[in-house]
Design a protein around this ligand. Structure first.
Ligand SMILES: *[C@@H]1O[C@H](CO)[C@@H](O)[C@H](O)[C@H]1NC(C)=O
Ligand SMILES: *[C@@H]1O[C@H](CO)[C@@H](O)[C@H](O)[C@H]1NC(C)=O
Ligand SMILES: *[C@@H]1O[C@H](CO)[C@@H](O)[C@H](O)[C@H]1NC(C)=O
Ligand SMILES: *[C@@H]1O[C@H](CO)[C@@H](O)[C@H](O)[C@H]1NC(C)=O
Length: 947
């Protein structure tokens, strides 16, 4: 199958990749059920058959005496031993609560000492590398339990989509190893985010998608996919492996729900039958094997050949409890079906993925078939952890609502599931989400209430257990693989970036760039209290009310305010910051009347509400751009969305539309009150600017609107009904060559181009900005040339803004000279396609970020989001951009990235103070992780919304 084009890419991915896994490890149970094999002592053939039969009862796990190893099987002999001194070590032990201040010795690909390292151990080394960590935090390497890295590799090219079989809804024989591209750009970038291990799962197009393989991300000397595998099952290069080897865990990917339904033109009933039919085949094969072995053990002559079938042997191993089954499964209806399947065929589920409704049905998931799994007693080191009987739940932090299945997802799911005793794993589904930022998922889960020990474990220790690899990864302990990360801040502090990454004892980063961070980032961040929100999510079946609790059109007195910023114009901010005494902000009819001491701001009459902000802040609301916020409600559901603008390059545009000369306005398709909009509003994003959704060159007119309004006729709902003329020049656009796309723009910018609502003429008069989505530096350069050409012709200037802009940093000086502004979208770079390859990755790989470099050249810069659910993370993106720039940009500049600059770049001007919605934070300022938006002061709506 060809790679879906990029505009639709993420949406399609969500169909193709969803994964749910259910793993259970019923070791002891299997023992109890297995027959006791009496091996006949006769000729060789029965001996082999007997060994084959005996092997059926072998439990997967580390080989005997694994922890007596002195070298890792992955050790590269050119690796020097390394001593990391003076580190703050999160070991993973004691339920993720143990922190040791001390040293770590790495030798032979293993961790050989932690804490106080004996001098005798150090003295033996001639070439010991010594690193002073200066008390930096160290964690085990990040483990991604849901990745398609290598199989859906970057940049996306036609030959690089190898993550599923489009041929069979059930394909337990398909193996991701067979598609693993060793040149994916993601390996290096994800290592730079601290990721050391990932399991490469098939996509979720099929009900049984195939076999998955854990890999380590580092480059190997062999340069082939097989050498990247971590504990590969012994049958990867032989059909019938040696029967005496302790089997390794195998991994299977399954999917319920919308993806197989859509991909194979089925219904949920068909998908359920596809599962049952496949497992029934496996059950029969298993029964015939057991019967064969039973005959053999009773000394019956001529039992014949051991029954084998290469197509179904994987599922037989599932039924024998030797496979970690990971199932993409979102809704209660699908989880219920999955649990029934596991009961009917008696196999354990290791993990359910995406699982947007798992937190609503915890009792259901507790019913899954399975048994407690204890680490083999033969192991000399035991890990104080059990897996099962419940499946682990692998989640995104906030990515949800993109399809019906995900509509009831909640940011509080990790904490709720943890409270119910589930193992919670945060995962990337890379490249659906860039796994370089997997730790950010854990940071968000922590922010919304997952306890800190479990949050760090959710991307280290917990996935190690779920994958059956906790005997060697996921901990910092003597005898474990030397995979660890030294961080520049506390791992749960936003923007935490690696200083060192070790995989198998090999240092992965050369030439590390560190941003200077505030010392407060060395401590675990404080977080707001979301107990009520979490309870409401469950009470309302995943759809808690999001509208403001109250609208006050009278007086409101905000007290105990420590900072106040009333204008989006950062050049002249009337910023007031005081310690003692704290100030008050008096508001009437949504307008700020007074800022000052309580005495200087008297309230008139008794009819007013007082809100103690506990040292909080008042600030202009943030603006979101880039997602179809306001024109879509559930991305994958057409009936919930405005839809796509007709693409004249793909289809003839009906003459009733003026033969393609009409310009579409997003304002006409606007929908208010979507959950994404309201959640963004509650997170401090008061406005959005949205372009008409388009697959072709021409989008249309953007709209600037309020996310808090209930319908377009309310005062203040529509702030500007024209916010830029939006077009896209890219190969992701369905249309002709890039040069033809540019030629079309040139034509449209001529006088009398014949466009009806002549907004291109408005552009040439300099009234409205031409907003062009473009990614590659070459296309951006062509646009700069086009701008100059038009300006020469008209003898004036036009406004141009480039969005997307992955490679814009390469032209920082030229953009500055041409006075072209940039909205970076996504906010952090990702080389998804050929056009986005030349990113400026930022620390630890480069000192500059695209933001800091463009700003240093005086380019006006904004940052955006790609998808509507992500709008609510705008504040995190702003904080991150500020931190990554390491002091090169001020807080006011960072705020401008997501407010005034967006407004300026898309509308040509910035709303004056007194005319912008202000957000009210309790407990801290905009950049403080513990503060929470509690109200919006809206001069446009003449009221204060209490959230
Ligand atoms: C592990 O930590 C979590 C959260 O802090 C706690 O709820 C749970 O009871 C702990 N588990 C054990 C076995 O101590
Ligand atoms: C088969 O794979 C295993 C596991 O990676 C490896 O140890 C073994 O050397 C391989 N055998 C051959 C013949 O390549
Ligand atoms: C102001 O806020 C602080 C928390 O920052 C709180 O401890 C204090 O009680 C508040 N003062 C008043 C007068 O409400
Ligand atoms: C950016 O603007 C500042 C202030 O106007 C000026 O001093 C500086 O030289 C400019 N930098 C560049 C790279 O143009």
């Amino acid at each position: 199958m060809k790679a879906p084009d990029k505009t639709r890419r993420r949406f399609v991915s969500l169909f193709l990749f969803a994964l749910a896994a259910v793993f259970l490890s019923p070791t002891s149970l299997w023992h109890a059920r297995s027959p006791f094999w009496r091996v006949p002592h006769s000729d060789e053939q029965p001996l082999k058959a007997a060994a084959r039969c005996a092997s059926l009862a072998l439990n997967p796990g580390p080989p005997p005496h694994f922890h007596h190893r002195t070298h890792s099987d992955r050790f590269d002999p050119d690796t020097p031993a390394t001593l990391i001194r003076n580190a703050q070590i999160w070991t993973g032990m004691h339920n993720g609560t143990e922190v040791i201040h001390g040293d770590i010795l790495l030798e032979n690909g293993l961790i050989t000492a932690v804490g106080r390292v004996e001098e005798s151990l150090i003295q033996g080394h001639k070439h010991l590398k010594v690193i002073d960590a200066h008390s930096a935090w160290v964690t085990p390497g990040i483990i991604d339990m849901h990745s398609h890295m290598g199989d859906d590799s970057l940049p996306e090219l036609n030959g690089a989509v190898d993550y599923y079989s489009p041929k069979a809804v059930v394909a337990p024989w398909a193996r991701t190893l067979d598609g693993l591209n060793t040149h994916d750009l993601s390996y290096e970038l994800s290592i730079a985010g601290g990721v050391t291990t990932a399991i490469i799962l098939p996509g979720s197009a099929g009900a049984i998608g195939g076999q998955a393989f854990p890999i380590k991300l580092r480059k190997t000397k062999e340069r082939n996919p097989t050498s990247m595998l971590l504990e590969p099952p012994v049958n990867i290069n032989t059909s019938f492996p040696d029967n005496h080897i302790t089997p390794r865990w195998r991994h299977l990917k399954q999917a319920c729900g919308e993806n197989p339904v859509d991909q194979f033109g089925m219904t949920r009933m068909d998908v359920a039958w596809a599962f049952r039919e496949a497992y029934d085949k496996a059950r029969r094969l298993k029964a015939s094997q057991d019967e064969f072995c039973s005959k053999l053990s009773h000394g019956e002559t001529e039992p014949g050949q051991f029954p084998e079938d290469l197509q179904w042997e994987m599922l037989v191993d599932v039924l024998r409890g030797k496979v970690k089954v990971h199932t993409h499964c979102y809704e209660a209806v699908d989880l219920d079906q999955l649990i029934r399947l596991s009961e009917e065929f008696q196999f354990p589920i290791a993990s359910v993925h995406h699982a947007s409704e798992a937190y609503l049905v915890p009792q259901l998931l507790e019913k899954g078939f399975g048994q407690l799994f204890f680490y083999p007693s033969s192991s000399s080191l035991t890990v104080p952890w059990l897996v099962g009987p419940k499946p682990a739940v692998a989640l995104f932090a906030t990515q949800t609502r993109y399809k019906r299945e995900a509509y009831r997802g909640s940011e509080y799911a990790p904490r709720i599931l943890a409270q119910h005793g589930f193992d919670v794993v945060m995962k990337s589904d890379h490249p659906v989400m860039n796994s370089r930022y997997l730790l950010f998922e854990a940071q968000q889960a922590y922010h919304f209430g997952l306890p800190q020990n479990l949050a760090i474990a959710s991307v280290t220790t917990t996935p190690a257990h779920v994958l059956g690899l906790a005997h060697r990864i996921g901990y910092i302990s003597r005898g474990w693989d030397a995979d660890l990360v030294v961080w520049d801040s506390h791992p749960l502090a936003i923007g935490a970036s690696p200083i060192y990454v070790f995989i198998d004892g090999i240092s992965q980063l050369s030439d590390v760039h560190m941003a200077t961070k505030p010392s407060s980032h060395q401590k675990v961040p404080s977080v707001p209290n979301y107990d009520n929100e979490a309870a409401a999510a469950v009470d309302y079946h995943g759809l808690p009310p999001l509208e403001p609790r109250k609208k006050i059109s009278g007086q409101v007195l905000f007290s105990n305010v420590s900072a106040c910023l009333l204008s989006r114009e950062v050049s002249n901010p009337p910023l007031i910051e005081t310690d003692h005494p704290r100030i008050v902000v008096l508001v009437d009819s949504g307008h700020v009347q007074c800022v000052g001491t309580e005495d200087s701001c008297p309230v008139s009459g008794n009819d007013f509400e007082t809100i103690d902000l506990k040292g909080g802040m008042v600030s202009p609301g943030l603006i979101s751009f880039g997602a179809p916020l306001g024109t879509t409600q559930i991305l994958a559901e057409k009936s919930t969305n405005d839809g796509e603008v007709l693409n004249p390059f793909a289809k003839k545009v009906p003459s009733i539309l003026g033969d393609g000369r009409a310009i579409v306005r997003a304002v006409d398709g606007l929908q208010f009150g979507s959950r994404d909009a309201l959640i963004a509003y509650r997170s401090g994003v008061t406005n959005a600017i949205t372009a008409p959704s388009h697959e072709g060159l021409i989008g249309g007119l953007g709209v600037h609107f309020s996310l808090g309004a209930t319908h377009p006729l309310r005062p203040g709902a529509i702030i500007r009904d024209v916010a830029g003329l939006h077009v896209s020049v890219s190969h992701s656009v369905r249309g002709p060559s890039i040069s033809t796309q540019i030629a079309t723009l040139r034509h449209l910018l001529q006088p009398d181009a014949g466009v009806n609502d002549d907004y291109f003429a408005e552009v040439t008069k300099g009234y409205i900005p031409l907003v062009v989505e473009a990614h590659s530096a070459d296309i951006i350069a062509a646009l700069i040339r086009l701008k100059a050409e038009v300006e020469t012709r008209i003898g004036g200037t036009i406004k141009m803004t480039i969005t997307g802009a992955s490679e814009a940093h390469l032209l920082a000086a030229e953009l500055s000279r041409a006075n072209v502004g940039i909205i970076l979208n996504p906010a952090r770079p990702f080389p998804l396609t050929w056009e986005d390859q030349r990113i400026l990755p930022g620390p630890p790989l480069s000192e500059d970020t695209a933001v800091s470099k463009l700003l240093a050249h005086n380019v006006t810069v904004g940052i955006g989001v790609m998808e509507s659910w992500d709008a609510r993370n705008t504040r995190f993106d702003m904080i991150w951009a500020a931190l990554e720039a390491g002091g090169k940009i001020t807080h006011n500049q960072a705020i401008a990235l997501v407010s005034s600059n967006i407004e300026k770049l898309l509308t040509g001007s910035v709303s004056p103070a007194g005319n912008v919605d202000l957000i009210v934070l309790e407990g801290g300022g905009l950049f403080d992780p513990q503060s929470k938006v509690v109200a919006v002061i809206s001069p446009l709506q003449h009221s204060v919304d209490i959230l």
